[in-house]
Design a protein around this ligand. Sequence first.
Ligand code: 13P
Length: 343
Amino acid sequence: MTTTALADSARAIVAAGKGVLAADETPRTLTQRLAARTIQSTAETRRAYREMFFTTPGISEFIGGVILQDETIHQRSSTGTPLVDLLAQEGITPGIKVDNGARPLAGSPGERVTEGLDGLRDRLVAYREMGARFAKWRAVILIGEGLPTAGCVNANAHGLARYAALCQEQGLVPIVEPEVLMDGAHTIDRSEQVTGRVLQAVFDALFEQNVSLEGMLLKPNMVIAGQDCERQASVEEVATATLRTLSRHVPPAVPAIVFLSGGQDHLLATKHLGAINQVGGPKPWKLSYSYGRALQDEALEVWDGRSENVPAGQHAFYHRAKCDSAAALGSYRTEMESEAASA
Ligand code: 13P
């Protein structure tokens, strides 16, 4: 695939108010989320759960891409259509999580490095044949006393860049996800400092590995205080600090930045994105969403594992995606919450 085709593909995923649904929790993580609501987790209940989102009427207006996980990309809908085809038929681009998870980083207690480069080229070929058009790799960076170390930041940046180069070689758009975690009591200033340093290391590594910036998407955290920090920054402070950090470290050639929600409450994730798009200053990239929990949590609660609740769960998902889409377009207003919910 040419560089231009990759760039077209990247832009299509986030066209006109669209974002990404991150539905790539591993069976283990999804089992934990379901268990928290005493819903049994089997391959079948996980499929039913995914299908509720993928078949939500009209959702392609707000969702341009869905990140799948290995189990899901092999599954078929209740009517026998491969789930990946179901998405493509709706005009939604299917993507696939290809990292093998974050494992303890040897020699650096408390830190993790994302694994999965061995054999990745072959797996990308297989996923492309199954219909995937983009991929995702997530690295996690923990803020703590003396953390992150340069060793951890650089090892993860290198992994992300090697993965991104392999994706582009195989005609897949890489979503590059360096996540500075919200865990801990750090201030928003510390989050800004670490996020900036991590992004700088990632773009240095992408340059070194000859990754075409036009043919990728960046999925970062917002700049936000740690969840145990006594002083939580205001929505405006988060928006200003996030935009300032991105403008310092993300080249304008990147077509779009799609934020992760990272454990933020769904309403706050919408408000933060809305404020980021409303705050003044140059914005050379699209600023949209690739939320997992923030797009799914309300629907999961309403669904509660029961097939009769699927329409209500879809309604909740549609509502959240509509609000997030408005936030991506800079037109979100809090009043939309009641308007859209009662529609
Ligand atoms: P959250 O939005 O729940 O953080 O999930 C996004 C994601 O894909 C994490 O890798």
